[in-house]
Design a protein. Structure first.
Length: 46
């Protein structure tokens, strides 16, 4: 029974993967935007 409880805890922990994916996507997109802004600034200076 203890093993099943551990599995249930893992399942409840992995119940919200979509939120993690959303935050990861937002962080990734924000990094891309920052890099794009930096590249635009460098290109505009040249």
């Amino acid at each position: 029974m203890e093993i099943k409880k551990g599995v249930q805890k893992k399942m409840t922990f992995i119940e919200r993967p979509h939120e993690n994916e959303k935050t990861r996507a937002l962080v990734y997109v924000s990094k891309l935007l920052e890099e794009a802004r930096f590249c635009c600034k460098v290109l505009n200076k040249e």
